[in-house]
Design a protein around this ligand. Sequence first.
Ligand code: TGC
Ligand code: FAD
Length: 391
Amino acid sequence: MKPDQFQAPDYYNIDELLSEEHKMVRDATREWVKREVSPIIEDAAQNAKFPKQLINGLAEIGAFGPYIPEEYGGAGLDQVSYGLIMQEIERGDSGIRSTASVQSSLVMYPIFKYGTEEQKKKFLPKLASGEFIGCFGLTEPDHGSNPGGMTTNFKDKGDHYLLNGAKMWISNSPFADIAIVWAKNEEGRIHGLIVERGMEGFTTPETHNKWSLRASATGELIFDNVKVPKENLMPNKSGLGAPLGCLDSARYGIAWGAIGAAMDCYDTALRYAKEREQFGVPIASKQLQQKKLAEMITEITKAQLMAWRLGTLRDQGKATSAQISMAKRNNVEMAINIAREARQILGGMGITGEYSIMRHMMNLESVITYEGTHDIHLLITGMDITGHAAF
Ligand code: TGC
Ligand code: FAD
């Protein structure tokens, strides 16, 4: 793969909207990605292997629980900083950002929000330091967009709960130490349980042959009469709103992350277009290529402003779930379109692993589907503006 020459586009001087701390966090993550992710990511993706050697570095840059308070091992940062970290990591690879998103928003966040003080003390510092990796089990074989229909269930057996069922498409499941599992009790109410590797009857087979997110490990969670200690139920929220509340946080991070992938594709295509000559001139001098590049920077700029504004609203506690859906949907579509156009600017070279574009494009096919599909987020906006749910 070519050396990482990334230069971040900032057409509207958005840096002026950021604090010194935001820029420091962003730049430190950018440097880490250049140093640690770029040199190894192509091999990891080609070999379909999650690069576990990145876990310590992710913890050191504060990518595990950036907004979790420092007393629990988090970095105690604001939401804009969290977004910028996700942007920079996904500039390297969506699969690595997935690991950081899941750990922060889908594992640490529910324990922090819905867990007991004992659960917080037991799990959060180890998750922040990367000693423990977690995963989030909501999707089932027959319930993807409609998680409320889940059949995974637990029964009260006096001194423990008995958990049965299966989850699929779970990021990090093959090597996770703990799983946040959403299951129904005997009354059909959804609760979150912390299931630990090693519990009898709990297995995590890996899903192979993915063409997307190849540097991220995906798998199932199988529960065959798993005895879960009662102290592993998170007591402070139940119902579908509990997992969906975690998704708000993760979807927000993706709205920023997708910008990173788009920036990398744009920057690569711009550099290539200036260097590559055909018919005796750089292809960048041709109107057709300029149209592609001009549209890319316009869309990136709009997405940057949307993400920044959403982050500011979240820091003020004012962002709605529907606003988050709009940003996730818009920014991921923006990124996948830019990846497709950027790939064409590189001609045949665009399909090789010499450049990051094709990898980003394939990764984004998962990103546009997980955490709520493109269609579901459109229907959330539709419901918000009309008052009618069309799911
Ligand atoms: P509905 O009746 O609308 O809502 C049920 C309850 O939930 C509340 N709620 C929310 N709460 C917090 N945040 C949100 N975003 C919320 N959306 C809804 C709602 O107020 C209600 O509360 P209550 O108290 O009245 O009970 O539920 P529904 O069954 O009609 O479904 C709505 C729908 C379709 C929007 C929802 O099911 C949905 O979002 N589906 C998409 C599923 C999804 O996103 N799955 C993601 C799985 S995790 C994943 O993909 C991780 S990828 C990891 C990686 O980065 O690698
Ligand atoms: P379906 O829900 O079956 O949807 C199929 C198609 O039907 C889609 O186009 C969808 O938009 C459309 N559709 C569905 N309902 C409607 C409707 N009402 N109106 C119109 N169209 C509709 N899940 C987890 O819980 N944890 C994870 O860590 C996780 N990681 C993932 C990692 C990867 C790589 C992938 C690919 C998925 C991951 N997922 C995870 C699962 C992901 O959230 C689901 O794939 C997603 O929610 C969609 O569910 P589904 O695949 O069952 O598709």
